[in-house]
Every structure is written in C-alpha cells, then in structure tokens.
Ligand binder design. Structure first.
Ligand code: GLA
Length: 650
C-alpha cells in the first residue's frame, strides 16, 4: 500500500528538505511523486541541465526510506520553449506561458524536447535505488487547434476512414454544404459561426485522446527499460479528451486524481468504482486527493476524520495507494491555498496529526480478495462526449448525472456495484444499468441482447441506443439498436420543462381489490412516446402530453428481463423499481471475496455484523460515526441484495 503525495522540494530551501523527510517518516509516508512541474529547474536554458538538486533530493529520500515516483515534467514546458510548442485555442489564440499545461503534443518541437528531458531523466535515475515508479506528465488533457494538430488529425482520420467519402458519410457532410473534396479542407473543430458538426467534434476528441496517448507511449518506451512501473495520473472532467478505457491498457498501473466536493463519500465511491473498471484487474492507486474541498467558491478544510474515511473508501474499492496533492502546502504560486499534508500551520496541526494516523492505519488493512460487484453500470466515453454536443433534444441531459444517479441509488442501498463497458462479458452481474447510452455499435447492442437472453436483468434509461458510433440516428424508432431486447418502439422524444405525474401499471383503473398502488412520484427532464412491442407497462404517464402512455416497461426476453425507463425517475422510485432493501444512511459496505469493508460516514452508530474485524481482530457489532472495519463471516448481514422488484414479481 503506497502512502504519500506530490513532493515539490524545489519550492523550498534545502534546510526544509531535512525536516520533510523526518516528517514523512513520522507520517508513515513511503512514496512521493517528485518533479511534476520541474522542467524549468531541470533545464533552465535550452540544452543546459541542472540535475544536482534532484540528485540530492532523491538521495535524501532514499536515506530516509521513502521511495520515489519520478515524474517527467512534460506537462509544463519552461518559458524558453518556442512559441510553436504551445497550444492554440479553438478561436485561434496561441496560449502564453504563465499557467500550466501549455503545450501541443503534435508540435514537433515540443515532442522532441519533451522526449529529450524524459530520456535524460531515464538515463540519470533509471537505476536509482529510490525509484519505485515513473509518473509520465500530469493529467494529460490539453487541447490544441494549431496547424500541426490539424495535420495530425487528418492522418488519424485517414487511418480511421480510409477514403474521404467514408468520412463524408460518417460525418453527414451533405448537411450544411460541408462535403469535403480534398483532405486539406478538413481541420479541427475550430471556432465557427453556428453549431459545429457533432461527428467531427466527436472524432476530434477521439483523435486527441489517441494523439496524447501516442506521446505517453513514446515516453513510456524511454522509461520502461529501468524496470519499474510506468503510469500517468487520470483526471476526470468533461473537458478532458482522454478515453481512459484505452489509456488504461497502456499504463502499468492506473492512477487517478480525485477531488470530491458536493457529496464526498458518494463521489469517492463513484470515482473509485470507475477506476477499478478502467484498471480491469491491474492495480490502481489514488494518486492525488486533497486535505481541503473546493465548494461553491470556497476552499474548506476536510472535516475531522474525513480524509481517512475517504481514503479508506478508495482502499475498500480496490486502491493500492493513497496519495495527496501535495506534501507541503505552497507559500506562493497559483495553488497556495490548496492545502497540504503539512499545512501552512506546520506539523502541529489537526491535519498533520490525521495524516499520521492514516499512515499508521493503512498497513493494517488486510487483503480480503477482489471486490465482488453484483450490479454493473455501463460506462461509455463516446456517449459521454456525444451528450456534450449542442443541438440535442434537450440541453439538460447530462450523462454523468445519469450515471451518478444509477450509482448513487445502488450505493445508498448498500449494493456493491461496478462499472463495465458495453462490450464486456456481463454474465457475472445480476443487474446491469444502462443510463443514457446514446451511441452504441451493433456489436455492443448484440452483447446486451445476449446478456438478457442468458438470464440477466437489464435496466435501460432514456435516450439510449439511438445512434451509431458516428452519432447517426438509427431509423425506424428509438431506442434504435435496443428496440428488440426492450420490446418497445419510441416514436417521439418529449423533453420536459415541468415534472409529469406517474401512475402505477398500465393506464386505466387499478384492478378491484388491489391495495393502494406504489407512488412513483414524478418524471422529470425527459419523456418519450413509447409503443409497446412485446413489453408490458409497469408505470405510465399520468399527466402531460403523454398521459396514459407507458413510462416504464418490462420485457421478458430469452431467460432474462429488460426494463426501459423513458423518463428520469426520482431516486426513491428508481430504488423501488430495482426492489432495493432500505439501508442505513451513511453506511458504506463493499463486498470482497473474503470480507465486507464497512465505513460509517454518518453521524450515528450503525449496527453491522456481528463479524470479526480483520483490522483489529475483535468482534464488531456496530460502527461508531467515522468507524471502519473489515468484517469477515458477515453473510447474515450482507446487505444490499438486488431483487429487481416489479420487474420480477409481476
Ligand atoms: C491536479 C493536479 C495538481 C494540482 C491539483 C490541485 O490534481 O495534478 O498539480 O493542481 O490538481 O488543484
């Protein structure tokens, strides 16, 4: 288990380094990431190198028993770098040095200089005894629209489409006089008068992901001969043009940065489950988190015990390392208020004491085998990107919001869930949720059909299955590729400005003698004119233009069941649909092969078990607020049983 953070000794006089290492030892730190933003100090003038300070830092850390995750500093070139190495915005502005991430990976000058500094580091430190890991770059994700990028984009497009006519077809350039007659006419989606071509925008993100990945791979090739794992830290944001699914195959271990703000436990569970999906069996680590939270324009310290609980949540979901940005809070610079494991107040502080406590606890967390998820939520980067286009039927459909709701409902009911790709073998899951998967290939649609045929329960929500992988609509009725398995045909979308009432079952009066029907609340955001084509209505619209028509349907298909949810249900209604049992608020449970990890994020004592806590060796029957245990022999209290309620029972 790695424990530590980004260490930026170049921001401090050398006397402080001695204290740093002593404090790291006190805190149980065993790994620090060094050199992320050090290019200007390592190569102060082009071709003139200064490694002396880094030699001393690495030796000092090694003598102190702290291992090093050594970064290549390519995420921010020094001020001397030529203008051509910097990126150009969509409206044609060449960005200026002064912030960070100001580079263009397609620029030959940047590419050459960045590989050279990586090679110098590999040559000098590849055999250093402190070296445990390489950290390439930092949070890849910069965009560029310069001529080099445009040329590289054309090369990528030729590879993807072969001929120009195939590209014209995939991008539907017959619309708005966009038909290309020569490759030189094709460029990046730069600023334009009105709506850009959505297929072009989607391909540009795919290209950028590959182009950045090419740069990572080149660095990896330079660093790999040293024999230590090579990684880069994934940043998760809707502006990031990185398809983590593909990148995860290229790294030796997956590393994520995570800064939860609104609901830290739920956001942490979401991010950690996603990281485990990306890692697909490889180890993964939390490379950066913070001792503060950015909320609503404020930077607020994490509450007492919160740093430990969130860190343990990552560990419970499979993380093999818990790291921070950064070791020591900076005195100046753009992120001086960001906090650190050693805050401005110094080691005599609540934060540093909590950092030490966590460092002491982590080595006692047992290996309880793999996380055992019984439900999966499908994750698809292209659908996420496509749903960021302008010109959609509703500007309010938010892919992440749909995913977060699906995850939150399972999380709040104690169900151990994971994410999976639409092409994955899903047969191990009892339940698969498919939120707004708007783009789907024929092969992936067939995979989902097979899952249901084989006995699985698939719950698809609105605006799924509608387009092919280029964003072209599948004709004949929505949800396109999923019509057959869902047994419905949707004629129209009716995005909602106001909520609409929902009623139980098919339209019409309830059967006489029936008890009071469940309350499905309202549908919000979206609704659809659904025709049944084999499915039965479980919930209907009771107000609005679609009153009397099906809102939620169930279809028996093969040995399984496929549900379609054509509106946004409230969380409680979603949980009812899945038949989830009530679960104590704030109690996080994560099943592993040999135990259940339990964390109490709430402010009340919660009964769990009884089970034997593998951390302390004692029998635990309840968890106090902030409590943590790894419970063996907990079958009886193994909460979070998935029963797909109305789907299965009626
Ligand atoms: C990211 C970066 C760090 C730092 C933190 C805090 O995770 O990798 O360099 O900027 O955010 O904002």
């Amino acid at each position: 288990m790695y424990y530590g953070g980004d260490y930026n000794p170049e921001q401090w006089p050398e006397e402080v380094w001695q204290e740093d290492v002593a404090l790291m030892r006190r805190a149980g730190v065993n790994l620090v990431t060094v050199g992320v933003f050090s290019w200007a100090r390592l190569e102060p003038r082009e071709g003139e190198y200064d490694f002396g300070w880094l030699d001393r830092v690495l030796d000092l850390l090694h003598d102190g028993g702290v291992q090093v995750c050594l970064a290549t500093p390519t995420t921010q070139p020094p001020p001397w770098i030529g203008e051509e190495a910097r990126n150009v915005s969509a409206d044609g502005v060449r960005l200026t040095h002064g912030s960070r991430d100001t580079y263009c990976v397609s620029s030959p000058a940047y590419r050459a200089k960045s590989l050279e500094i990586a090679a110098r580091l590999a040559g000098r430190y590849g055999r250093h005894p402190a070296l445990a890991m390489w950290h390439v770059h930092n949070e890849y994700g910069s965009w560029c629209h310069c001529e080099h990028t445009a040329a590289a984009f054309r090369v990528w497009l030729r590879g993807a489409y072969g001929g120009l006519e195939a590209l014209n077809d995939a991008w539907t350039t017959s619309f708005w006089s966009q038909h290309y007659s020569a490759w030189e006419q094709v460029t990046t989606p730069r600023a334009t008068q009105y709506l850009p071509n959505p297929s072009q925008a989607l391909d540009f993100r795919r290209f950028l992901s590959d182009e950045l990945l090419g740069h990572f791979r080149e660095q990896k090739e330079i660093l790999a001969p040293s024999g230590v794992p090579v990684t880069t830290n994934f940043h998760f944001g809707d502006w990031v043009p990185v398809d983590q699914r593909e990148w995860a195959e290229a790294v030796d271990l997956v590393a994520i940065d995570h800064y939860p703000a609104q609901d830290p436990p739920e956001e942490t569970a979401f991010a950690a489950d996603l990281a485990r999906c990306w890692a697909a069996g490889k180890p993964w680590v939390l490379m950066e988190q913070a001792v503060v939270a950015y909320t609503g324009g404020r930077i607020v310290p994490r509450r007492p015990g919160e740093v430990a609980r969130l860190s343990l949540s990552h560990v419970a979901r499979g993380a093999r390392g818990v790291m921070f940005f950064q070791w020591r809070a900076s005195r100046g610079g753009a992120e001086l208020w960001h906090g650190g494991m050693v805050p401005h107040a110094g080691p005599d502080s609540r934060i540093f004491r909590e950092v030490c406590e966590l460092g002491a606890l982590l080595p006692s967390v047992p290996d309880a085998g793999d996380v055992r998820a019984e439900a999966a939520i499908l994750w698809d980067t292209a659908s996420w990107w496509a749903l960021q286009s302008r010109g959609l039927p509703s500007s309010e459909v938010d892919y992440l919001d749909a995913l977060r709701q699906a995850h939150r409902v399972l999380y709040r009911h104690g169900v151990t869930a994971g994410f999976a790709y639409p092409s994955a073998d899903l047969s191990a899951y009892r339940l698969v949720l498919v939120p707004s998967l708007c783009l789907i290939s024929d092969a992936d649609a067939a995979n989902l059909r097979r899952y249901v045929e084989g006995g699985g329960t698939l719950v698809v929500s609105f605006f799924s299955g509608v387009s092919d992988e280029h964003g072209r609509v599948r004709l004949g009725g929505y949800p396109g590729a999923l019509r057959e398995v869902l047994g419905v045909r949707v004629e129209e979308f009716h995005p909602l400005a106001e909520p609409v009432e929902l009623s139980d079952g098919a339209a019409g009066p309830p059967p006489s003698g029936a008890g009071s029907p469940p309350d499905w609340g309202t549908g919000t955001l979206w609704s659809e004119h659904v025709h049944l084509a084999g499915a039965q209505a479980l919930v209907s619209y009771a107000s609005g233009p679609l009153a009397g028509l099906p809102a939620v349907t169930r279809h028996a298909y093969g040995s399984g069941t496929a549900l379609y949810v054509s509106t946004r249900l409230a969380d409680a209604a979603f949980a009812r649909l899945l038949g989830l049992a009530p679960h104590p608020a704030g109690l996080e449970l994560v099943r592993h092969d040999r135990a259940v990890f339990a964390i109490n994020h709430g402010d009340r004592e919660q009964p769990v078990g009884p089970g034997r806590d593998l951390v302390t060796g004692t029998v635990v029957e309840s968890l106090p607020p902030g409590g943590f245990a790894v419970l063996a022999g907990l079958e009886a209290a193994d909460a979070g049983d998935v029963r797909v309620g109305i789907g299965a029972e009626r």
